[in-house]
Design a protein around this ligand. Sequence first.
Ligand code: AMP
Ligand code: MG
Length: 500
Amino acid sequence: MQPPLSLFSFDNTFARDLDGLYTAWQPAQVRTPKLLFLNRPLAAELWLDADALGTPEGAAVFAGNSVPEGALPLAQAYAGHQFGGFSPQLGDGRALLLGEVVDRHGQRRDIAFKGSGRTPFSRGGDGRAAVGPMLREVLIGEGMHALGIPTTRALAVAGTGEEVVREQLLPGAVLTRVASSHLRVGTFQFFAARNDIDKLRRLAEYAIARHDPDLAGSSDRYLALLRRVVERQAVLIAQWMNVGFIHGVMNTDNMTISGETIDYGPCAFMEAYDPKAVFSSIDRNGRYAYANQPLIAQWNLARLAEALLPLVVADGGEAAAQDAVDRATEVLKSFEALYQAALLRGQRAKLGLEAAADEDAGLADDWLRLLETQQVDFTLGWRRLADAAAGDEAALLGLFAEPAAAREWIGRWQRRCASEADVTPQLRAERVRRASPWVIPRNHHVEAALRAASQDGDMAPFDSLLDAVRQPFDEHPGRAAYAEPAPAAVTAGYQTFCGT
Ligand code: AMP
Ligand code: MG
């Protein structure tokens, strides 16, 4: 088949600059490409012609059958700590970077496949992906994006017409993922573990040029890069926490340098507030439980610091090693305060508050404790503060089995609000509504949509859920079901699987 002409204006810096850090590789051919999803708004952002991509030729491209002009497909090398244990070689076992494009904002974005067949990094895996988990990446990624949370996004999902073998046979698919880059903590670990300082340095220079170009050439740039990643991750994790998102598999290979959320495998949104919530079937010790996420992020960043240390030391000259360790430790320690500040900023917005006051952290903590003891739905609890701000407390109180304690807290909150005297109740309510979503991709709806798509080829539930999670802050009478929690019994038994 002739390659389609110039669908993408690729400019492939990774392939060009990082020879030796990847393996050039081609996607597998599949039987019957069929476009299941095309992200038109994202296509527009990337200067792509969505109409051209929405054709059978586009389906062939997104299934991997027809490599578009200008692409230089490659599998990236990376390592990673998985559940605390180090695997020196992971890498793109079922993914390929096709290339990079520059979007309408001038930002460079990776276009990459997931599920496009075996690569030299596949180890025992089949290199494939199933329809359900790839559509899951679409729903959660679009939901996160609409919530204002940095994330990789899905450009397309193409069915392959082939089956993949998991616990059962499942229809296969290829996801096309867009990311600010696919550089991970584990990418640095790969070269550090091999003591390949030359490649480590090239990688660090590349990361700086791509994500923090203002640091290029500065004498302290490797430590400064670490600081930037710490800052981005602190803000990101705080955002996760403020929407009740549980990533589920925060291995170092699933943590980006860009600060985007990546790899929506066994992730889930919390319903009733429970800091210990874990949904992933393989997370038996709760390492990646909701409340552990900030600690784990900091632990992962310590692994990044270790990987960067040889560069920091090498640049510091004689007797620099201890000094480098001390400075890196200081940068790592800053995570905690940055995280707490970002969390509180978000909570303040969710409380409808504008200026900062000393009591705000306590107010937010006590609110969360109330939600926890009375097992209140996290999303609805926050959201209905808007109704209370507008004068209707009944809807909020209705969430509590024992409303007396809630009433007392609401009184405290209202007094705090009253200290910002120039804000009308309507404006306050509006503020809360902009900070706390009405709709999140609730697990039971996600599962139902994926089931219909995967088992019955029925995309209608997926399409309508996608519309809803793309407008999470807007109340829409036709979407009321998406705002409802699952029955508690369903949530209690809910498990997510890594069998992606
Ligand atoms: P993940 O848990 O999805 O982040 O993947 C961890 C590692 O396993 C990465 O190196 C993946 O490329 C690899 N991997 C996951 N699933 C497969 C598969 N089906 N075939 C080959 N490699 C895989
Ligand atoms: Mg991964």
